[in-house]
Design a protein around this ligand. Sequence first.
Ligand SMILES: *Cc1c(COP(=O)(O)O)cnc(C)c1O
Length: 224
Amino acid sequence: MALEPDISENLLAVRGEIEAAAEEVGRNPDTVSLVAVSKSHPAEFAELALRAGHRVFGENRVQEAQSKWPSLQASYPDCSVHLIGRLQSNKAVNAVGLFDVIQTLDREKLAGALAREMDRQNRRPNLFVQVNTGEEPQKAGVLPAEVDAFIKKCRGDYDLPVIGLMCIPPIDENPALHFALLGAIAERNGLGRLSMGMSADYPTAVRLGATEVRVGTAIFGSRP
Ligand SMILES: *Cc1c(COP(=O)(O)O)cnc(C)c1O
């Protein structure tokens, strides 16, 4: 059996890195939220992080989150769970019921489905629009040239609670360029939150204004 990661030790180390990166650029580290990405790991790993005092988590699949989180949410009512993976419109019903934040809004059909479900369930998880900053054909997200109009539509036509932007840079490019682009798009649209940075690059993301960093491997070890 693989050695279990020391999750509370890892959380401390990651928080330390966030603090150092924030201070380097004169930011208050408290403005950065660490989203601990527990996807593909057993509920026990998430619970170890919860017991260590951590409260913000990320999952990439609706079904997996549904089997893992309702009982943890019952024990830790102040925790919040973010959806960071692709959401099919027909799963909007489950996603609105389960998640506190949905970071992957990227098309009009989904905007419509989320708006309908939010009305029906009287629940309004905050939303991030995912931007395909690298314009990669296989990747989800709105293209940079189309994102201003999309945000306007989400706010105006669908009255959705869009609070920020999210991106996943191409693996073979300098992430700093993508983080800077995401920041510029957010600024011109009056959005205050930036979800960017993963285990390999979250300090860079913090230096460039990330308000949520999504860190899995550095906290929970490599995924099975
Ligand atoms: C898996 C995942 C992460 C975490 O990646 P690590 O490299 O393990 O930190 C962050 N964001 C998204 C969208 C992911 O799917």
